[in-house]
Design a protein around this ligand. Structure first.
Ligand code: 13P
Length: 249
């Protein structure tokens, strides 16, 4: 059985005081939850504050990106050991906004994943097609090549630290959620492709999250699908009340 995983990607939102308020509320509101893994990814600047508040709770911390070197002259970048020292257990890699605005490639995703795991971080690897790719019938080709490259040559340890997130770019921040059927079709394809790469046993246990306009009123239908194991929530994770409702699907 795959354990549900609900994650909030805060993107470039919330100052430290705003983050503190939201996390205190979430910690209290979600303290009874035992059957769902909960992760939030605040901006880097709020990680240390978030770590202090969530310590010992059932809310895990993640970062929204990571560099693949442990240190060096890379102005503006953050390394895996730095994230660990700030209290992170997870990191999101290859989000479509990183791909679109900051040139992140599947090769980068593979390097970052391997480097993050070396530091003990669990990774949420994002993939997903753009609108024009879906409309021209290329969705599965795109998913296939993203998976082949970004999950290339994974060791047992790297595989065990992997979570995949399917985020169709056309559904992110647009209010257009993929219908549960469309999302399930993609998730099923992704699990099949992972089975081709690493075998059925591994593929049947790996968690695949859906992301793209997840809200309290659509989470239940999404989670009812066979191959949807959780959600990576953007906008609706910024509001503690709506994120709590999503966790309580
Ligand atoms: P929205 O939930 O705002 O569509 O964002 C999804 C997302 O990009 C999560 O990583």
């Amino acid at each position: 059985m795959r354990r549900p995983f609900i994650a909030g990607n805060w993107k470039m939102y919330k100052t430290n005081s705003e983050a503190e308020e939201t996390i205190r509320y979430l910690k209290d509101k979600l303290k009874e939850i035992e059957n769902v893994d909960i992760m939030i990814a605040p901006p880097y600047t709020a990680l240390t504050i978030a770590a202090g508040i969530t310590a010992g709770s059932n809310i895990y911390l993640g970062a929204q990106n990571v560099h693949y070197e442990n240190e060096g002259a890379y102005t503006g970048e953050i390394s895996p050991p730095m994230l660990v020292s700030a209290g992170c257990r997870y990191v999101i890699i290859g989000h479509s906004e990183r791909r679109q605005y900051f040139g992140c490639t599947d090769k980068d995703v593979n390097l970052r994943l391997k480097s993050a795991v070396r530091s003990g971080l669990k990774t949420v690897v994002c993939i997903g097609e753009k609108l024009e790719e879906r409309e021209s019938g290329k969705t599965f080709d795109i998913l296939s090549s993203q998976l082949s490259e970004s999950l290339k040559n994974l060791s047992e340890e790297e595989k065990n630290m992997l979570i995949v997130a399917y985020e169709p770019v056309w559904a992110i921040g647009t209010g257009k959620t993929a219908t549960p059927d469309i999302a399930e079709e993609a998730h099923k394809y992704i699990r099949g492709k992972i089975a081709d790469m690493y075998g059925r046993d591994f593929a049947s246990g790996v968690r695949i999250l859906y992301g793209g306009s997840v809200k309290p009123d659509n989470i239940r239908d999404l989670m009812a699908q066979d191959n949807i194991d959780g959600a990576l929530v953007g906008g609706a994770s910024l509001d503690a009340e709506s994120f709590s409702k999503i966790v309580n699907f």
